[in-house]
Design a protein around this ligand. Structure first.
Ligand SMILES: *[C@@H]1O[C@H](CO)[C@@H](O)[C@H](O)[C@H]1NC(C)=O
Ligand SMILES: *[C@@H]1O[C@H](CO)[C@@H](O)[C@H](O)[C@H]1NC(C)=O
Ligand SMILES: *[C@@H]1O[C@H](CO)[C@@H](O)[C@H](O)[C@H]1NC(C)=O
Ligand SMILES: *[C@@H]1O[C@H](CO)[C@@H](O)[C@H](O)[C@H]1NC(C)=O
Ligand SMILES: *[C@@H]1O[C@H](CO)[C@@H](O)[C@H](O)[C@H]1NC(C)=O
Length: 950
């Protein structure tokens, strides 16, 4: 990608377009697009994203390396979906990374395009969308080609067509139209290329025929291919060829013919002079390499083909003097004679890896030649067998390198245990990168030699672990003299990281250190560290089980990876060592044992620049409120795979906080408090998103408020498709559409609550009815008792005593007022005056002032008998029935069920007129009818007198 600082009126090599982009229905904008077919992702500038109000959906950690850089930088970018408006007015979604800035020549364009209608100020909103290779400008993806249904075609612009026919079981090469520039025919069953088949394809530039079954090459097969630059024919079955097979390929610069069964030398094949890169099988005992005076890159590696060079001699590569990159890895090299490379003035990259019989004494012969080359990168990975004694690098192995400008050295998998004192100093000062993973380093004095190096990058990972363990050991022709002499290391030097060392030597220019997967089991104690500019430290996958520190001080470190270290202890001063860290990866430890106790927020106190922290998989049950109190710049907190059930730590001070990952914890719901926390963050940063997937969320009536929140909050909920909740029936319910879940729940719960209300209400009603029933059944008793108590109270108050005689009256006469004449004219004279009985008549004997009910009860209570003067009037009278009932109660409860009621029927009454309770009495024969004739009268009164005087 080009970046031009000043607008230059020059040809822009990338295609551009102006399109309408949108984020939804409401936000549209015109944008400049740069179509970069080599780009793997599409990007949009922050400005443009802001203008479109683009909501980011997730975050991605992307490792970038710029043009010409081999270092990678880790960046956290937001991902969003933007829509391009096609001519059909369809919206084509594209997944874009939001990047802060894309340096791009735009002002020239803006001026030039200002006459386009609808175009909105592109100067201000610089946008660039780089397309994925398979995404098409106008929304067309790779489609079936019209000339062959087995191939996929991609129009790239209007002129050229890219054709992908790989993995299509093709037996023959389809006839390609003229405008094809690039065809992939790999992984098919093609046996043959018909002569003149490509006669019209004069603009075809690349053909991939690898992994087919081609067996013969002839000149006329390539007739017409004037423009082909790249030809892949590796992994075929080539056995025959004519010597002029490539003669039509005048512009061929790249040829790969590895893994075939052919001797190019014996067939006297002439390779085009234009060839710059050749990948070929090579057996030096049978043939020489053809003369190729311009060749720059020669790859005869046995890793991707067949190679056998027992001894590299001065004439082995004599035919390729201009070589720039030479790969002779895995060629079973045993000997390298002096002078084999010294004539290669341009040689910059030499790979002699995987020649396990070469060993370091063989390497010495290689290095002897290097001062006369332009060597920059030397790779000697695994030039030593896996199952052999450890090695020691001697001064003499490296001494010749001193006179080179070597920049990068790869010596992985060599079982290097020690380096001779002073050997490191043999390395040239130009060296910047050192790859020495998978060795067996013991700590020695040489460690201090590193301090003098100008090195910027060290990868010393995978200590003590052989990476390639299932390969077959090669049998070596050359005996190993260094073998079987065990390496002696003094006890003093082998003690790694011992507390005796208080100073950690660090090369002055070192920037990146990789020291992962070394199985080192140490506590990290306090160290003083040399002044350094180390920026990137990866110590993951070790066993640094306790971080005490501080290591004073790594104040340039921005990236620190201490993940996967089984660490269960971190001191409050440890991170003082790395005050400027922005990315801290400490996932997969056991920090849950200490972090919850850090109630003052001391552990993180020193890292105020922190932007991203990964605390996943640490068995953290909770974090104290103040844990992140010093991290005002935090943007990403990853807490996945812990044991948290609540959000307890402070967040609202982080002004750029944009993602909280709480996936796979133990959250069943977030209460009002936690939701409030999150909403506060959202208020500060509307891009805030949260991941709650994989939690045992609940959607039941207890958590309905939480589900409501999920469906209404503006905070982006990530991974909704992986977020589900358990209903009260135990069924998982996806939260992809939380408002549906909420609505369902709402219905369920309203019926639930009405069920509750209903149940409670009916229970109350039932109880009420029950009580009322009991009360009603016993209403007379209750009333009776009430009045009795009341009377007693009144009587006591008056100081009267009740015990002069048992009953004050012989009988209480209960009658209706309409029957008063009978009482006054007949009853009283007959019973009181004639028979001397004492009767209680309400009209006469009730105490004035007392309430009538009280009077009735007390009168009944004071009377030995109760005479009911039954008539229709009586039945209709409330007070009469009251007296009747009270008398019954009195008879049952106070008089031991003795019948005190006596019924006198004043008039003729049929049984159906009588209520049940009266009939009961009638049946017990305690009644008499008033005859209303003279003779009967006498009997009546006698009978009555008799009853009452009992
Ligand atoms: C665009 O710019 C080029 C070079 O500056 C100029 O030749 C051309 O006329 C311009 N086109 C328009 C449409 O202004
Ligand atoms: C390769 O060619 C040989 C002889 O031409 C033939 O016997 C063999 O079957 C071929 N192999 C494949 C995989 O086509
Ligand atoms: C190193 O080169 C010398 C001289 O060419 C040769 O005799 C010797 O065998 C070589 N050593 C190795 C290990 O190839
Ligand atoms: C690192 O942080 C310290 C303060 O803790 C500051 O003085 C220093 O400039 C920072 N260094 C870098 C390279 O940012
Ligand atoms: C969650 O934490 C807050 C304090 O941060 C507390 O008030 C609340 O009760 C907790 N909720 C639960 C369900 O424990």
């Amino acid at each position: 990608m080009h970046s031009l600082a000043t607008p230059v009126r020059a040809l822009v090599l990338l295609k551009t377009a102006i399109v309408t982009v949108s984020s939804d229905e409401n936000h549209f904008s015109q944008a400049n697009i740069l179509l970069d077919e080599g780009a793997q992702r599409s990007c949009i500038t922050q400005d443009m994203a802001d203008k479109l109000n683009l909501k980011h959906e997730s975050n991605e950690i992307i490792t970038f390396s710029g043009f010409g850089e081999s270092d990678t930088n880790v960046r956290h970018l937001q991902v969003a979906t933007a829509y391009l408006r096609a001519q059909t007015t369809d919206l084509i979604p594209i997944n874009v990374l939001i990047v802060p800035k894309i340096a791009y020549l735009i002002q020239t364009y803006a001026r030039n395009q200002s006459n386009i209608p609808n175009m909105v100020i592109p100067q201000l909103f610089r946008l660039l969308v780089c397309f994925v290779l398979t995404t098409e400008v106008n929304g067309h993806l790779k489609t079936k080609c019209n000339f062959s249904h087995k191939c996929r075609c991609k129009t790239s612009g209007t002129k050229y067509v890219e054709v992908d026919c790989s993995h299509s079981k093709l037996k023959n090469i389809p006839k390609l139209p003229r405008n094809v520039s690039n065809v992939d025919l790999s992984n098919n069953d093609i046996h043959n290329i018909p002569e003149h088949h490509f006669k019209d394809n004069d603009i075809l530039t690349e053909i991939n025929l690898s992994l087919n079954r081609l067996h013969t090459l002839k000149k006329e097969m390539f007739y017409g291919l004037k423009s082909v630059r790249k030809l892949h024919m590796n992994n075929n079955n080539l056995t025959k060829t004519t010597k002029d097979a490539f003669s039509y390929l005048q512009r061929l610069s790249y040829l790969d013919v590895k893994k075939n069964n052919i001797s190019w030398r014996n067939n006297k094949v002439i390779f085009p002079q234009s060839l710059l890169t050749l990948k070929i099988d090579y057996n030096s005992s049978e043939e020489n390499l053809p003369e190729m005076s311009h060749l720059e890159i020669l790859d005869v590696s046995g890793s991707s083909g067949h190679c056998y060079i027992n001894a590299v001699k001065p004439d082995t590569f004599r035919s390729v003097p201009k070589i720039y990159g030479l790969d002779i890895s895995a060629c079973k090299v045993n000997y390298v004679h002096k002078g084999s490379f010294s004539f290669m003035r341009n040689l910059s990259i030499l790979n002699i890896s995987f020649n396990t019989c070469l060993r370091f004494d063989g390497l010495e012969n290689v290095t002897i030649d290097l001062p006369s080359t332009s060597i920059k990168i030397l790779k000697f990975n695994k030039i030593h067998k896996t199952f052999q004694m450890n090695t020691k690098i001697l001064k003499q192995h490296l001494s010749h390198l001193r006179y080179t400008n070597l920049e990068e050295m790869h010596g992985d998998s060599n079982r290097i245990q020690l380096i001779e004192d002073g050997a490191i100093q043999q390395l040239p000062s130009s060296i910047r990168k050192l790859f020495v993973s998978d060795n067996e380093f013991s700590y020695g004095q040489y460690f201090f030699d590193f301090i003098t190096m100008q090195i910027e990058f060290v990868n010393a990972s995978f200590l003590f672990s052989s990476r390639r363990d299932n390969e077959r050991e090669e049998k070596c022709e050359r005996p190993d003299e260094s073998c079987c002499k065990p390496i002696h290391t003094s006890d003093e030097t082998i003690s790694r990281f011992s507390a005796a060392w208080r100073v950690l030597p660090i090369p002055r220019k070192l920037r990146r250190v990789l020291y992962k997967d070394c199985f080192l089991r140490y506590e990290i104690p306090q160290y003083t560290v040399f002044k350094n500019i180390v920026k990137y430290v990866d110590l993951s996958y070790n066993i640094f089980y306790s971080w005490i520190g501080p290591l004073l001080t790594f104040d340039h470190v921005q990236f620190l990876d201490l993940s996967n270290n089984i660490c269960s202890n971190v001191s409050k001063i440890f991170f003082k060592s790395v005050p400027n860290v922005t990315t801290l990866l400490i996932q997969n430890n056991l920090l849950g044992f200490v972090l919850p106790d850090d109630t003052e927020g001391e552990i993180m106190r020193h890292m105020q620049a922190l932007q991203m922290i990964n605390l996943a998989e640490n068995r953290i049950p909770s974090l104290p409120y103040t844990f992140f109190k010093s991290q005002a710049n935090l943007k990403y907190i990853k807490l996945g795979g812990n044991m948290m059930d609540n959000i307890t730590f402070q967040m609202n001070h982080m002004k750029q906080f944009s993602n909280l990952d709480l996936s796979n914890n133990r959250i069943s719901s977030l209460d009002e408090h936690a939701r409030g926390h999150l909403e506060e963050v959202y208020k500060v940063n509307i891009n805030f998103s949260i991941d709650l997937s994989g939690n045992p969320l609940k959607c039941s009536c207890d958590t309905i408020e939480f589900i409501k929140w999920i469906s209404t909050t503006k905070i982006m909920i990530q991974n909704k498709h992986k977020t589900s909740c358990l209903t009260s029936h135990g069924d998982p319910e996806s939260l992809r559409k939380p408002n549906r879940v909420f609505e369902k729940l709402q219905m369920e719960c309203s019926s639930y609550s009405s069920l509750i209300v209903g149940t409670v209400a009916s229970l109350v009603v039932f109880l009420f009815v029950l009580l009322w029933g009991i009360g009603y059944r016993n209403r007379w008793r209750l009333r009776y008792m009430y009045y009795m108590v009341k009377n007693k109270y009144q009587v006591q108050n008056k100081g009267n005593s009740d015990n002069e005689s048992l009953y004050e009256y012989d009988a209480f006469i209960s009658y209706d007022n309409n029957d008063r004449f009978f009482v006054h004219d007949k009853l009283l004279p007959c019973l009181e005056r004639k028979a001397g009985l004492k009767l209680c008549i309400h009209k006469r004997d009730f105490l004035p002032g007392n309430d009538i009910a009280g009077n009735i009860t007390s009168a009944i209570h004071k009377s030995r008998q109760v005479v009911i003067l039954m008539s229709h009037n009586y039945l209709d009278s409330y007070w009469c029935m009251f007296e009747y009932n009270m008398a019954k109660v009195e008879s049952i409860y106070s008089r031991n069920k003795e019948n005190i009621l006596f019924l006198v029927f004043l008039e003729q009454m049929s049984p159906k007129d009588l209520p049940m309770m009266v009939l009961e009495l009638v049946q017990s024969h305690s009644y008499i009818e008033y005859p209303n004739d003279e003779f009967g009268d006498t009997v009546f009164w006698n009978k009555l007198r008799e009853v009452l005087s009992q």
